[in-house]
Design a protein around this ligand. Structure first.
Ligand SMILES: Nc1ncnc2c1ncn2[C@@H]1O[C@H](COP(=O)(O)OP(=O)(O)OP(=O)(O)O)[C@@H](O)[C@H]1O
Ligand SMILES: [Mg+2]
Length: 479
């Protein structure tokens, strides 16, 4: 059998007689073996405490000018976590309370100590200290899971007041932890109805899993999240919620982009089939008209022949445009100056801007940045945005600002107008082929632009505010 380890005891006691009595009692305990160290002064005790190599500490309450309570504080400073027992000559309730408050594990009146009492007190205190250590270790473990989780983990009361939340919340919401803790959960919801639905479900079932919800960050940007939470009760019977918020915004965006790409592919396929089917009969019409013209040499019919020819030409042009816009753009890439492309774009739009008497301001904060691009296609991509901007602003009041900068091997171009803006309902559709809000629009401008930017491995997104304006952000890789 393994021999039980001797328990190392430190006794701080300035009265030698009391030390001898204590030692006698300790020696008589049969349950364990003990190694007793005696410190007869406060200073000697201090040196021993710093080494922190005892399993249990006994401090006499009165130690000359100091007390055992001062030593407890020294132990705290030194990081000692072994149990401490205060010894005193008089059964003083005040000292008892105070020493327990400071962290003493027990309190013994010297005159009342006997072998049995001493043994029990040591056993209890060491056991309790072991338990505390265990709890502390597991608390540290869970705290670390809480703090390091990528998902937001929170605890709130029933009314929605945040009681605790981990650091991930700062990353997701852009608020500091302190700000969130002073907030109400409902302030994070984009729609109040979602919060009501969530409360209803959790009150009904006691829990709620993967509840889809749109939350808002500090800047007001939408975050697509799932919420998993349940109701808990404290020992005092107070109800609180604990929950996990998982951010799905990126996934939603990828899904959205995929849907758009798919839509474009389908629209393209339909357009190409249709175009093909229209061209065949159109060729027949053209051939027949030419034939007729040879047979009929009557000037009265000439205008009608012209109408037929003009319109079939127009149909042919429309069909060509349709095919051009719907087929995946093939890159004819050469190294070009970004500034040249932007300048060409502005030049092409200049007349239209002049007609409306609006201003186009350019701010290019770079020198000779180059990209690999299909110059004419990229010009079309920017021109579509610029023309939309011209169409969106009011005559005489419109200002369009084109800002370009670079960094991190990328160039960033923003085209911003102070026009009508786009409402929420239309916002999700503006890049869709054939979506237009204009009487004579085709709705192909932005679909084409997006297609071109994507074939250039770039990114495009927009911010808009109704009646304030719209800003397109484009990101392209530098050569
Ligand atoms: N800068 C803008 N300000 C406000 N609304 C805009 C802006 N840009 C685009 N839109 C909206 O997006 C829709 C789609 O734009 P898009 O360029 O794809 O088609 P369109 O301009 O309607 O037609 P076209 O094919 O002639 O360009 C527009 O009808 C308009 O409602
Ligand atoms: Mg347009």
């Amino acid at each position: 059998m393994e021999e039980a380890k001797s328990i190392r005891v430190l006794l701080v006691e300035d009265d030698q007689d009391d030390y001898i009595l204590f030692k006698e009692n300790l020696d008589e305990i049969k349950v364990n073996s003990y190694t007793l160290t005696w410190a007869s002064t406060y200073e000697k005790a201090l040196a021993l405490i710093k080494n922190d190599d005892h399993d249990i500490y006994f401090f006499d309450y009165l130690l000359g000018a100091r007390t055992g309570l001062d030593l407890i504080q020294e132990c705290l400073k030194a990081g000692v976590d072994a149990p401490i027992i205060i010894l005193t000559g008089l059964g003083n309730q005040q000292t008892d309370l105070k020493s327990m408050e400071l962290g003493a594990a027990d309190y013994l009146v010297k005159a009342e100590i006997d072998v049995e009492k001493l043994e029990r007190s040591i056993r209890y205190c060491i056991e309790q200290s072991r338990m505390l250590k265990k709890v502390k270790t597991s608390e540290t473990k869970f705290k670390s899971i809480f703090e390091n989780s990528h998902d937001v983990i929170y605890i709130s009361n029933e009314a929605g007041k945040m009681l605790d939340i981990n650091k991930s919340a700062e990353r997701l919401f852009g608020y500091t932890r302190e700000e969130i803790l002073s907030m109400d959960a409902s302030q994070l919801y984009a729609n109040v109805q979602d919060r009501e639905k969530f409360i209803k479900e959790i009150s009904l079932n006691g829990s709620c899993a993967n509840f889809e919800v749109v939350l808002l960050d500090k800047s007001g940007a939408k975050k697509y999240c799932t919420l998993t939470a349940n109701i808990q009760k404290t020992d005092e019977g107070e109800v609180y919620y604990q929950g996990i918020i998982h951010d799905m915004t990126m996934r939603k965006k990828v899904e959205h982009d995929l849907i758009i790409a798919e839509k474009l592919a389908i629209a393209g396929k339909i357009a190409r089939t249709l175009a093909h089917e229209v061209r065949n009969p159109l060729t027949n019409i053209n051939l027949s008209v030419e034939q007729l013209e040879e047979y009929i040499h009557d000037e009265n019919y000439t205008p009608y022949f012209e109408i037929i020819k003009r319109n079939s030409k127009r149909i042919n042009a429309l069909v060509t445009e349709l095919i051009e816009n719907s087929k995946p753009t093939e890159l004819n890439g050469v190294t070009v100056l970004v500034e040249t492309i932007l300048q060409n774009t502005v030049d092409l739009a200049r007349d239209r801007a002049k007609l409306k008497n609006i201003e186009i301001i350019t701010e290019f904060d770079w020198k000779d940045e180059k990209i690999v691009a299909d110059e004419s296609k990229l010009t079309i991509a920017f021109l579509n945005i610029l023309i939309n901007a011209i169409e969106a602003v009011e005559a005489n009041k419109g200002v369009i600002r084109i800002v370009a900068s670079s960094g991190n091997k990328k160039c960033f171009i923003t085209i911003e107008d102070n026009g009508c803006g786009i409402d929420d309902e239309h916002l999700t559709k503006v890049f869709d082929p054939y979506f237009t809000s204009k009487p004579t629009g085709m709705g192909l401008g932005l679909a084409t632009t997006r297609n071109i930017i994507q074939t250039h491995h770039g990114k495009i997104e927009l911010q808009t505010e109704l009646n304030k304006g719209t800003k397109f952000n484009i990101e392209l890789e530098l050569a």
